[in-house]
Design a protein around this ligand. Structure first.
Ligand SMILES: [Zn+2]
Length: 177
């Protein structure tokens, strides 16, 4: 008899602490940060996490994961799609606070991610992340506005009248304020 090669695939660990680390090969990620935000359970899809680690290495800066595995119950509670790749531990919602979204997307595609959801910030804050997964190739949501000069909210008046004429200014000086 000989041992099966170890794999994290297919196991739901009750807590982050119960995930064995002898075979952990993703130096920039911990079981705790990949745990279900609702139940604390951890599921690892090795291929997906390999892609996330290689993306992290390509980018050379931290990837903050807002949401990775979601237990079916938690997925329902947060209004996730019933077929969500999060339930299979094949999806990551990555905070864009320290990334250029367009660069992140192209690097993530290069790393091998196939599913993309775009959640740019809303006027009242909230969203600012990209969902990446290793499920069927598809995408949804609207990309971030391209960077450029700020769009004026009101047109400039064609001829702005000077606030004070030189004459008035002189007079004011004379009589004091
Ligand atoms: Zn997601």
């Amino acid at each position: 008899m000989f041992d099966q090669p170890f794999s994290y695939d297919g196991t739901t660990f009750k807590t982050a602490d119960s995930v064995p680390l002898e075979h952990w090969r993703w130096p920039n990620f911990t079981p705790a940060e990949l745990a279900c935000k609702g139940t604390g359970k951890v599921m690892i899809d090795e291929r997906s996490l390999d892609l996330l680690q290689s993306l992290r290495t390509m980018l050379g800066k931290p990837i903050y994961v807002n949401s990775a595995y979601r237990s079916p119950k938690h997925n329902k509670a947060v209004g996730g799609a019933s077929q969500s790749q999060h339930k299979l531990a094949r999806a990551y919602d990555v905070d864009m606070k320290n990334h250029d979204p367009s660069n992140f997307e192209s690097m993530a595609r290069g790393a091998g991610f196939t599913g993309f959801g775009f959640y740019p910030p809303k006027p009242n804050g909230g969203h600012n992340f990209i969902h990446v997964d290793t499920g069927p190739a598809r995408e949804w949501g609207q990309r971030w506005l391209p960077e450029g000069p700020p769009i004026p909210t009101a047109p400039e008046p064609l001829e702005a009248a000077p606030k004070t004429s030189p004459k008035k200014r002189r007079r004011r000086r004379k009589f004091g304020g």
